[in-house]
Design a protein around this ligand. Structure first.
Ligand code: FES
Length: 107
């Protein structure tokens, strides 16, 4: 798999289809920031701030780590589909595609 395909819905409800290369070790948070989305990522990808939070709508991905679950558990609107974009490597998208919604708590 040399690329991943993401369908991304932003906080205004606008959906874009994006393609990102794999093999560079990029996190989902880094890829989305690079695509121009205003993701704060205050902690720089340390799973300490949740400003990179997304809701996972479709697509196989690695399970969250304990550190990620601990951070997500502090969110008032945590749901089972909540993930931290900084903790997901693009290479971990098993099917090479996913559908996500950006930080729904800001809508
Ligand atoms: S950037 Fe802070 S938790 Fe992801």
């Amino acid at each position: 798999m040399q690329e991943v395909h993401l369908t991304v819905t932003d906080v205004l409800g606008k959906t874009r289809d994006l393609v990102f290369p794999t093999g560079m070790g990029l996190s989902l948070m880094e890829a989305l920031k690079g695509a121009g989305y205003p993701i704060e990522a205050v902690c720089g990808g340390m799973a300490l701030c949740a400003t990179c939070r997304v809701d996972w709508e479709e697509g196989a991905v690695s399970d969250p780590t304990e550190a990620e679950l601990d951070m997500l558990d502090t969110l008032p609107d945590f749901s089972p589909c909540s993930r931290l974009g900084c903790q997901i490597r693009l290479e971990s998208l098993a099917d090479g595609k996913a559908t996500i919604r950006l930080n729904p708590s800001k809508t």
